[in-house]
Design a protein around this ligand. Sequence first.
Ligand SMILES: [Zn+2]
Length: 173
Amino acid sequence: MPLSNDVVLSLKAVPIFPDKCVVCKQTPDTYWPILSNRTNLIFTFLLPVLFLFGFKKTKVPICKSCKKAFVVNRTLRFLITLALPIILVAVFWNALGEMSRLQRRLVIIIGGIICVIPAVIWQVFNPPAVDVSFYDDNKEYEFKDLDYAVEFAELNYHEVLRVSFGQEAPNEA
Ligand SMILES: [Zn+2]
């Protein structure tokens, strides 16, 4: 199972990326804005409108030849995440109408967790070169490539809160 290499920075940090394409590590000639949502998952299901206001953008360096596959991977994952809740709500719409407010919220929260599973499986088997997640007091940069993650951590050493590398360095294995 591929494990990502994670670098956690403080929330206020302005990340510095290596001057390399995040996919192939050649000289980048463009960038891709990764959109991450920093809204808490539970809050999102209790008050879905919050989700719309929670987006943050991170520009990652990439080269034009890698960009297409990278964007396709992210778009497919997004569509899988989006499609399942829509299908479930459509199928169970009438049943939802007959439930109490509390039952409905419970079903939506449990359904929401189930809906995330396919995207998680997709992510494990098709890990993106980079992903960014925002939390209450930090932000996490997940890299597929260990060397890239190490270089990123070095460039941002003054803002690094912790690192977690999924692959052991060769001399420590
Ligand atoms: Zn590239």
